[in-house]
Write a new protein. Structure first.
Length: 203
């Protein structure tokens, strides 16, 4: 039979071991970023924004280049006050997305950012190979599509976004300094985080 002092000693030793493990964990991870792969690469963008049009091919190149380790998320963020027609385009893109044609739609909208009537927009979307234009027109005006776009806008507002495009990589906002080459900054940020993630996976 174990006496009371023996039980007390076991408890004390257990506590000490726990403290040592906790200190070890703190020392191991202190100051080190933990990176999970694939990276979450978010872009809050406006389809009628000239700057977003400029970044569009850059983003496509980077997503393709790092496709094995990057999960890209397009976030609808039309700045309605600056670009009154943009919200409608985002709705149209989400409608096209329901047919797997999101990339084709956004490519068209970035290529032609001038104001368009609904009829002109529909005609342009109808040029996408394989699109069911009648289904598109129904989905375009649906509540589900509106909810999808509005959810992105609400998220952007909650994160304090006031300009487009705005990028996040694994939840961290990418900040560009004056004189920076945006493509270089984005590529280096992605490369650095992938390297950290791969090295942590190898341990």
């Amino acid at each position: 039979m174990q006496d009371e002092s023996g039980s007390t000693n076991i408890v004390v030793v257990s506590i000490l071991i726990g403290v040592v493990l906790l200190i070890g964990a703190i020392l191991l991870f202190s100051g080190k970023e933990v990176v999970t792969l694939p990276l979450k690469f978010e872009e809050f963008t406006d389809l009628q924004c000239p700057a977003c049009k400029t970044y569009h091919p850059v983003v496509k190149t980077l997503v393709e280049e790092f496709s094995d380790n990057v999960d890209y998320e397009f976030k609808n963020y039309p700045l309605k006050e600056l670009h009154p027609d943009s919200y409608n385009r985002h709705l149209a893109s989400e409608a096209a997305k329901l047919q797997g044609k999101f990339t084709e739609a956004t490519d068209l909208f970035f290529a032609k950012q001038e104001a368009m009537s609904d009829e002109e927009l529909t005609t342009m979307i109808s040029t996408i190979p394989g699109i069911d234009i009648e289904k598109f027109k129904t989905d375009w005006k649906s509540q589900a599509v509106k909810d999808a776009v509005d959810a992105d806008i609400t998220e952007g507002l909650s994160r304090g976004i006031n300009a487009t495009p705005t990028f996040y990589i694994n939840g961290e906002k990418v900040v560009f300094k004056q004189g920076d080459n945006p493509e270089d900054v984005l590529r280096k940020t992605i490369q650095d985080k992938i390297q950290i993630g791969l090295s942590q996976q190898a341990k």
